[in-house]
Ligand binder design. Structure first.
Ligand SMILES: Nc1ncnc2c1ncn2[C@@H]1O[C@H](COP(=O)(O)OP(=O)(O)OP(=O)(O)O)[C@@H](O)[C@H]1O
Ligand SMILES: [Mg+2]
Length: 417
């Protein structure tokens, strides 16, 4: 009964409407005649009829289109186009979006071999990682459309194996700026991440951009190094999901979306070192199995599965061993000496110094890192370098004596050449 009344109701309304209009028209007709409107209509009726007819036709067309659209019977091309235009014009700056999209379809071609060679020249003992990383970057930069960062790479492995170092070397080799974030600062919770993503309106710091959002706004093709990511709170990890999944980060202070599609994310981690080392030995020739095992080990170590899913590639670093320790030590010594404005004379590092450093490293066992090595070198040679510099040295040789390391002047400011 109720539903019958409900169906009848619109017709009743129409009947009441028509009756009201007729009554009103009768009442008004005398009035219109008095003000001369009837005479005017007699002369211009045709024109008015045409205008009203046109308007009615447009109104009917809109009603019909609306009904078809609601019932999903409009041709797809019409709905998609309408939807796209409406949404983008209403919610964003479409022209700017189109301009940036046009930029993004540019492929970039990188010579993987040359890139790998640059990485290997500076990063010792991780040739396989350098080759693989260079190949990944070449493939991803060549993609025409991405909608996601160029890559999200995790460097996992023991302390001092060169994870952070490779992140820096990669940025340098690609000629890209590095945005380096020490993630140990964000262990307290998601609120700690305001310095990365900005603060919402009304909160402290809401007048300035976050360091990550500002960095990517100004340098969209940066290498973003999230160092020691495992030490940041899990909620902070999740703040990166849109960056890695959807290709943007949102700046909290003004809600603007900043593209991450040209950036390379490098994450480093010390988590699950032993398990990862075993896996990398076990599955040295099976990258898929290695990835599955590594994901599981990192999940057990506290990484959320959705975060791990978004990581494109996990590179497991080996601890430095054998001559590689000597190579890193020699490079470190060269860099340190350069820091004092000096150069190393040809074959100027006493092999005994390197042997002593390696022995010291070995004694420290599994906990030894190349940072310890650097500290040890600095302690043993800094004073003699300063003395040599004071004496006007330009180039030095380091000699290991019984009572410590000596820097011998190989070439001074006064010497010829
Ligand atoms: N494989 C390597 N090749 C060349 N230099 C290296 C290598 N590993 C370490 N070094 C040197 O040792 C320094 C410390 O290494 P790095 O900070 O990259 O270690 P890490 O793997 O990030 O360690 P942690 O997990 O403790 O942060 C680097 O700045 C670099 O000079
Ligand atoms: Mg590091």
């Amino acid at each position: 009964m109720t539903s019958f009344l409900n169906r009848l109701l619109p017709y009743l309304w129409v009947a009441v409407g028509i009756a009201s209009v007729l009554t009103l028209a009768q009442t008004l007709s005398g009035f219109f005649r008095r003000i001369g409107l009837v005479d005017w209509l007699t002369h211009h009726g045709a024109l008015l009829g045409a205008i009203l007819g046109g308007l009615a036709a447009v109104a009917w067309l809109l009603v019909v289109l609306g009904a078809l659209r609601r019932s999903n019977r409009l041709p797809r091309v019409l709905t998609e186009r309408r939807g796209l235009m409406d949404i983008l014009d209403r919610l964003t700056n479409r022209a700017e979006l189109e301009r940036r999209m046009a930029q993004e379809v540019e492929s970039i071609f990188v010579d993987a071999e040359a890139l790998a060679a640059k990485l290997k020249a500076q990063v010792v003992g991780e040739d396989r990682i350098c080759d693989d990383l260079a190949a990944q970057i070449r493939r991803r930069l060549a993609l025409k459309q991405r909608g996601k960062p160029v890559g999200v790479f995790l460097f996992a492995g023991p302390a001092g194996a060169g994870k952070t170092w490779l992140g820096k070397v990669l940025a340098d080799a690609l000629g890209r700026k590095l945005l380096h974030f020490d993630m140990t600062q964000f262990s307290a919770g998601a609120f700690a991440a305001t310095s990365l993503f900005g603060a919402g309106k009304g909160y402290v710091g809401s007048h300035e951009y976050g360091k990550l959002t500002q960095g990517l706004r100004d340098i969209p093709d940066a290498v973003v190094l999230l160092d020691e990511i495992e030490k940041a709170h899990g909620d902070v990890h999740k703040n990166f999901l849109t960056a890695w999944n959807d290709g943007f980060v949102t700046e909290k202070s003004d809600g603007k979306q900043i593209s991450t599609t040209r950036a390379i994310f490098v994450l480093t981690s010390n988590a699950a070192v032993d398990t990862l080392a075993d896996l990398s030995r076990q599955y040295a020739n099976d990258p898929d199995a290695l990835r599955r095992g590594a994901v599981e080990a990192l999940r057990v170590a506290g990484f959320a599965p959705e975060v791990l899913n978004r990581i494109d590639r996990i590179f497991v670093f080996e601890p430095l061993a054998g001559l590689d320790i000597a190579r890193v030590a020699a490079l470190e010594i060269e860099r340190m000496i350069a820091g004092y404005g000096l150069t190393v004379a040809a074959s100027g590092i006493d092999p005994q110094l390197l042997l002593d450093l390696m022995a010291r490293q070995k004694k420290m066992g599994a906990t030894a890192s190349s940072r310890d090595l650097t500290r040890a070198i600095e302690e043993s040679i800094a004073d003699s370098l300063i003395t040599a510099k004071e004496k006007g040295a330009r180039s030095v040789a380091l000699i290991q004596g019984v009572d410590g390391v000596r820097a011998e002047i190989a070439e001074s400011g006064d010497s010829p050449g």
